[in-house]
Design a protein around this ligand. Structure first.
Ligand code: ADP
Ligand code: ZN
Ligand code: MG
Length: 459
């Protein structure tokens, strides 16, 4: 029997609130100048007191409700004490005993539930920049609202771990609680992983510094392999924190696990406990939009699209919404073409009113313009209707046989050799001639008609 991997994730996500967690400083992850979004509170000057950011609390509860969590009526903050230069207070305000959200789950691809143990709210630390002979500290990030989600050890493979992170990331976008950009450290995934041949879980290691979905999968795969090799050699797994080296593609030991009491947790005395009314929770619940999984099911059911296209449309929230606006202006049988066109043209660079896009799809379907022409006029239909543009520029597809026949006769007389080849049985010259006709018509000829007429003439 082979070892079964068991994985639990701890995921930190910076919330996109306007201000920081306990002061009114701007929460701006894109600020390039160090130490500008700081104040006496987030730099821990003596005598200052924190104030809870309600927007942050709402965003965590919104996330919890979306992930099927219970929201206890009572919650509070705790102090996690430790010293580090990026932590000016000497403690982090976090939640150990009464997190905002408990006992939820996320369904992976309809088939499997990953239970979520809890989601709590805390504050981020500052950022250290290590130079050769000295280190610098930037407190812009100190006190930024940080949500931590902890799963139960329900994940059974590296692929599932990646899938969980990706699905969660998308939900963050739909809820607009975080940009969750992993490269910018706005979403930080830690993997807890063990392997075992029995029901009893093995000793786990924890892997940090994963800053892409790909590295989540690679690191988990590597760690499964590493632990398997150790156990096969009869050695023991040491419970420890390991770092991921993305270049070398390996995990490396960082430190052996410190136990929880090292942090001397106790209730934060400077903040009041939180009591939530049912109205407060219901109000937040009512603000939850349609989530990716629901949207996916609805797109398949309502528009008859295939799963692959739906994935693309749902993966980009704005694209999906644009698609629906376009679909409103179309008869049912054209909606699929609209989806195809949207997906294949990377439309997001343009600002095309959805009515114009719908009209363009209808014009293609009616044979008034070719797909090539449609792609050409995309930049123009941001401000004008497609029907106007094609009239102004004379782009209407030639489907009148008269005009087309003229061009086809020209092409045939200019290519006598092709004619002979055709008579000798080389039927692929038909394609060559059709190409010539399309070019001469500047893409305005109807390809099907060109083929038909050519065939007629040649035979
Ligand atoms: P610790 O006290 O070491 O931090 P926790 O019980 O708090 O451990 O769990 C932390 C994370 O590790 C959770 O996501 C949990 O699902 C996961 N986890 C716990 N035990 C194991 C195990 N044996 N193998 C894999 N993951 C585990
Ligand atoms: Zn501040
Ligand atoms: Mg823990």
């Amino acid at each position: 029997m082979t070892y079964q991997p068991t994985i639990g994730l701890e995921i930190h996500i910076e919330l996109n609130t306007k201000s920081k967690m306990f002061c009114s400083c701007s929460n701006n992850p894109d600020e390039r100048n160090p130490n500008v979004n700081i104040c006496p509170i987030c730099t821990a000057q003596p005598g200052t007191l924190p104030v809870i950011n309600e927007e942050a609390v709402r965003k965590v509860i919104k996330t919890g409700l979306s992930l099927n969590c219970q929201i206890p009526e009572f919650s509070k903050f705790d102090r996690k004490n430790y010293f580090y230069p990026d932590l000016p207070k000497g403690y982090q305000i976090s939640q150990l005993y009464e997190p905002l959200c408990k006992n939820g789950y996320l369904k992976l691809k309809e088939t499997k539930r990953i239970r979520i143990r809890e989601i709590h709210l805390e504050e981020d630390t500052g950022r250290l920049i290590h130079e050769k002979d000295y280190s610098l500290v930037d407190f812009n990030r100190a006190g930024v609202p940080l949500m931590e989600l902890v799963t139960e050890p329900d994940i059974a493979s590296a692929k599932e771990a990646r899938q969980f992170a990706q699905d969660l990331h998308l939900i963050m976008h739909y809820l607009d609680v975080s940009d969750a950009d992993m490269e910018k450290g706005q979403m930080r995934v830690e993997i807890n992983l063990s392997i075992s041949k029995s029901k009893e879980l093995g000793t786990k290691t924890e892997i940090k510094n994963l800053n892409s979905f790909r590295s989540v999968e690679r690191a988990a795969d590597y760690e499964i392999k590493r632990q398997t090799e150790l156990l096969d050699k009869g050695e023991k797994i040491i419970q420890e924190t390991r770092g991921w080296d993305d270049l070398k593609g390996i995990t490396v030991s960082q430190r052996e696990k410190e136990s929880a009491h090292d942090y001397r947790y106790f209730s934060e005395p400077d903040l009041p406990p939180l009591h939530f009314t049912a109205d407060f929770i219901d109000k937040i619940r009512s603000e939850i939009p349609e989530l990716p999984q629901q949207r996916k099911e609805r797109f398949i059911k309502d528009y008859g699209l295939d799963e692959k296209n739906v994935d693309v449309l749902v993966y980009d929230k704005n694209l999906g919404e644009y698609f629906e606006a376009v679909a409103k202006g179309l008869s049912f049988d054209l909606i699929k073409s609209a989806a195809d066109f949207l997906i294949n043209t990377e439309i997001k660079n343009y600002n095309i009113p959805s009515e114009n896009f719908s009209q363009m799809i209808t014009l293609i379907k009616d044979g008034k313009i070719s797909k090539t022409t449609a792609k050409e006029i995309l930049p123009e239909i941001t401000t004008k209707q497609p029907s106007e543009v094609i009239k102004e520029r004379g782009l209407e597809q030639m489907s009148g046989e008269g005009d087309l026949e003229k061009i086809i006769k020209e092409v045939i007389s200019q290519n006598p050799k092709a004619m002979e080849d055709y008579k000798k049985g080389k039927t692929n010259v038909l394609q060559f001639l059709a190409g010539q006709v399309m070019a001469k018509s500047k893409g305005r000829a109807n390809p099907k008609l060109v083929g038909d007429i050519l065939q007629k003439f040649l035979s």
